[in-house]
Design a protein around this ligand. Structure first.
Ligand code: UD1
Length: 439
């Protein structure tokens, strides 16, 4: 498993043993890259295996620190896991614990996903309030409102969310839930909890992301009755129990989008293998608008060809709008566009920390709260930069590929949460990039 090195600080305050990426920029890339399984699908689906009282096999699981953390959380609850390549076998027959450990939960927001399945299966769950990327407040109020609507009693005390179904044999009851915002996580929590509830649950203003559809497909493969996923109304008819399954996770559209931007920012020809082009509609449309040439070769392959980089405006939105998880990568790209671009982040309130780091590389970005004005510059220049969150770290790597000279990207614990072997994949395409550790 792919655990990042922990850093230690010596007596003179220098950071030791912390790996960094050293990128010598302006290399032209060429070739084919295999896209890994979707992190965000895998995390939700791993939690959903708790609904099954038997055994599940998941395929196309990416090798990521976030996946390791979710595996540790499931292990702490009593699940037995065995990993072989991208296969993950989970034996969920004996759950020994109802409480997930704070040390891991605090590092992974998706750990809250176990709440719905634990409640559905056992009528009880105790989860410390989650952590994750520092990109905004990210409360779990919508998850909790949904669980309460299904009949759970929920208390938050000393930083721990305790949820229980009192009476009714510990079974949740189907209900109508309107989400104030189409939250991906809340939609998933409610959908999982409702799979074995008594009666029908209707989620209105549900999120429509492909990862929601993947989770619904996974639950259906265990016998759940779900319809409407992929639209803003999802209907779940509770069933008595679920059964074993063998399920492949969809490809990671965010990793795919990141490699498309890698092609655009380096003026290269790159083929992406193992993608669902339809999941990238907004990203492809924006790339084409600014001058990229993209060929959809078939249902699994995309090719980007060298093209122009013109300015544009971007506003992040829930799916099928432009993904917030690709905003940072586009900021890097638009920093070398011909003209001025405006980027508005509407999903998270604090997700533009990469602007200041890109400016260290010669970009001209001014941002105020969730808005950035990006004035295109002819070229970036290499510099030491610090990742502020997961997708910001990818943006800095992309900027480093395009920049003149050497870029040192620090804070790789962010990158390792969500990109499987990114430097290996980029090296295979011809990038001059190495992970180095200073002792
Ligand atoms: C998921 C993705 C993340 C992506 C995001 C939006 C996973 C593991 N992560 O995160 O990569 O950036 O969708 O596409 O799937 N909110 C509330 N109350 C809640 C829940 C959310 O106010 O109970 C707010 C959040 O603070 C945020 C917005 O809703 O401002 C969107 O969050 P949400 O869609 O829930 O994102 P996540 O599920 O956390």
């Amino acid at each position: 498993m792919n655990l990042a090195l922990e850093h230690t600080t010596n007596q003179s305050g220098q950071v030791q043993d912390q790996p960094v990426l050293e990128i010598h920029g302006r290399a032209s890339l060429r070739g084919e890259v295999k896209i890994s399984g979707a992190k965000n699908s895998a995390l939700a689906i791993m939690a959903a295996t708790l609904l099954c009282p038997e055994y599940c096999r998941l395929r196309n699981i990416p090798n990521l620190v976030d996946i390791d953390r979710m595996a540790q959380i499931l292990q702490s609850l009593g699940v037995k896991l065995a990993r072989s390549g991208d296969l993950l076998d989970l034996n969920t027959s004996n759950l020994a614990q109802l409480k997930a450990p704070y040390e891991i939960v605090s590092q992974l927001r998706a750990s809250f996903f176990v709440t719905g399945p634990l409640l559905a299966r056992l009528g009880l769950a105790k989860i410390p309030l989650p952590g994750g990327c520092a990109i905004g407040a990210r409360p779990v109020d919508l998850h909790i409102k949904g669980l309460q609507a299904l009949g759970a009693e929920v208390y938050i005390e000393h930083g721990v969310v305790s949820a229980a179904v009192k009476g009714r044999g510990g079974k949740l009851t189907g209900a109508k839930v309107y989400l104030d915002y189409p939250s991906v996580g809340a939609t998933e929590t409610i959908m999982m909890a409702a799979t074995t509830a008594v009666g029908e649950t209707r989620v209105e203003n549900a999120a429509r992301e492909p990862e929601i559809v993947d989770l619904a497909n996974f639950c259906r493969s265990m016998g759940a009755k779900i319809r409407g996923d992929g639209t803003n109304t999802i209907i779940i008819d509770g069933v008595n129990s679920l059964h074993s399954t063998d399920y492949p996770i969809i490809p990671d559209r965010i990793e795919a989008g990141t490699f498309l931007v890698a092609g655009a920012i380096t003026q290269s020809e790159i083929t992406l293998d193992g993608v669902v082009p339809e999941h990238l509609t907004a990203v492809i449309a924006k790339l084409e608008e600014i001058g990229s040439r993209i060929i959809i070769e078939d249902t699994r392959r995309l090719r980007i060809l060298p093209g122009q980089v013109l300015a544009t405006n971007i506003e992040t939105l829930p799916y099928p709008g432009f993904p917030t998880d690709i905003q940072a990568q586009f900021m890097a790209l638009l920093s070398i566009a011909q003209g001025n671009s405006a980027i508005t982040e509407t999903v998270f309130e604090n997700r533009m920390g990469h602007g200041a780091e890109l400016n260290r590389m010669g970009a001209d970005i001014r941002n105020k709260s969730n808005y950035a004005l990006v004035r295109g510059v002819p070229r970036l220049c290499g510099a030491p930069v610090m990742s502020t969150d997961l997708r910001a770290s990818a943006a800095l790597v992309l900027a480093g590929l395009a920049a003149e000279g050497t870029t040192i990207v620090q804070g790789l614990h962010h990158l390792d949460r969500g990109y499987e072997n990114i430097e290996g994949k980029l090296r295979q395409l011809g990038a001059n990039i190495e992970r180095v550790t200073f002792h």
